[in-house]
Design a protein around this ligand. Structure first.
Ligand code: FES
Ligand code: FE2
Length: 431
């Protein structure tokens, strides 16, 4: 039997801790619950490990994590993808230290064992001193049991018996398709670097925030006001429009995935944000002088993105023009990597605008992400208060609609949070 599956440890009652309308603070603060999450969530479901465009040519690799376990995603000489545990078969040292690179071999720096980028052990210094029965062919880097790619998005699972990836993506697949099909030739590129942020808080705070439609009007008020000034709106008009976004919804898509869908919204749209990004309106004016207006409008719509935020449980977020990966480190420590994406088939100027928009809102000195990170730190601070055990997540509970397993609420409802925790509870108790 898989050692990670069994009765819940004494004292952890997930039905008590996670309810439809409230959450117990210990799910963010208890190290024993964090350990269990690493075993029962990050070791039992699909975890996003990278995009194929990050390692386009044979020999390319990136290092990343599945929960707390270090892995290498590599492209072998024959073009195949491999996900290998980053752990030397000799005495456990990690064999690859760089975040990205190109190498046909990984040589462990400790005693020199050398592996092909597809995992086979090829070199053991002074191998004649090992006893009879020492078999190099049995000592390759260990592959992660499951590896699948959906249209360039690569996921791996430590559980051999996990359902196939398409089944896991469920209703979220349609939105991954839309994200990809913003590109005229359906090519998304994730190779323009990333920046990392780390905060002193639980990983689920970032998971919840990615599809939290309640906070922007408050946490991001200042950046909305700057955008309003740049695109010539009346002060406060952008936020007022945001509050009137009656066509926008939040959704729980099943399997823990969730979204904020603002595609039908009026007010501050992604195109406005592109226009408001540094140099945005000059770039669009230049393109309009050079090309037919309809063509430029279509390209701008594509460059501006899809108009939704999507969370693929447990560690991937597609937000605006970026993808974002969560890495839980400890119960109160999380790293987040943010990757701007470029679209194939668009002029360089429009991809440059995507990058400027990404930097402006999400960059290390941006107007948006640092505000969110500050909220995660504040939440983890508040979670230390023992006089107050419960967090309220009931917004929209009485009014959300359920159809074919998809829960739909207003933009600012807590429908996405409840979706995450239905799957969290299911996986934690392995029902
Ligand atoms: S630990 Fe890798 S060669 Fe010894
Ligand atoms: Fe935010």
């Amino acid at each position: 039997m898989d050692p990670t599956v069994g009765p819940l440890p004494t004292g952890i009652d997930v039905d008590y801790l996670v309810r439809d309308d409230e959450l117990h603070r210990s799910i963010y603060t208890d190290p024993a619950i964090f350990d269990l999450e690493m075993d029962r969530i990050f070791s039992r479901t699909w975890v996003f490990v990278g995009h194929e465009s990050e390692i386009p040519t044979p020999g390319d690799y990136k290092t990343t994590w599945i929960g707390r376990q270090p892995v290498i995603l590599s492209r072998a000489e024959d073009g195949t993808l491999h996900c290998l545990f980053n752990r030397c078969r000799h005495r456990a040292a990690s064999v690859c230290q760089a975040e990205t690179g190109t190498a046909n071999f990984f040589r462990c720096a400790y005693h020199g064992w050398t592996y092909r980028n597809s995992g086979q052990l090829t070199g053991v210094p002074f191998a004649q001193s090992y006893p009879k029965g020492f078999t190099k062919s049995e000592l390759g880097l260990v592959p992660v049991p499951r590896l699948e790619s959906y249209r360039g998005f690569v996921f791996a699972s430590l559980a051999r018996d996990v359902a196939d990836l398409k089944q896991h993506l469920a209703a979220a697949r349609e939105y991954v398709d839309i994200f990809i099909e913003c590109s005229p030739n359906h090519q998304v590129y994730v190779r323009h670097g990333a920046h990392k942020v780390a905060y002193d808080g639980n990983w689920k705070l970032q998971l919840e925030n990615g599809t939290d439609g309640y906070h922007p009007a408050f946490t991001h008020k200042s950046v909305a006001e700057i955008h309003e000034r740049r695109i010539g709106g009346k002060p406060g008009s952008g936020m007022a429009a945001y509050r009137r976004k009656t066509d926008s919804v939040s959704r729980g898509l099943g399997n823990g995935h969730a979204m904020l869908d603002q595609r039908g919204a009026t007010g501050t749209s992604y195109i406005d944000r592109l226009l408001a990004s540094p140099g945005g309106s000059q770039t669009i004016e230049k393109l309009r002088r050079e090309r037919p207006v309809d063509e430029v409008d279509d390209m701008c719509r594509r460059a501006a993105g899809h108009g939704f935020n999507l969370t693929i449980f447990p560690n991937l977020l597609l937000i605006g023009v970026q993808i974002r990966i969560l890495r839980p480190i400890a119960v109160n420590r999380t790293e987040v990597r943010l990757y701007p994406t470029m679209l194939g088939g668009l002029p360089d100027e429009l991809n440059a605008m995507r990058l400027r928009y990404h930097e402006e809102f999400f960059g290390p000195a941006g107007f948006g992400s640092p505000d969110d990170i500050e909220m995660f730190d504040r939440a983890q601070t508040g979670l230390q208060v023992s006089a107050c055990d419960w967090l309220v997540v009931s917004r929209g509970l009485d009014t959300e609609r359920v159809e074919d397993g998809v829960h739909t609420g207003e933009l600012w409802d807590e429908t996405p949070v409840r979706e995450h925790y239905r799957t969290w509870k299911h996986l934690m108790r392995q029902a």
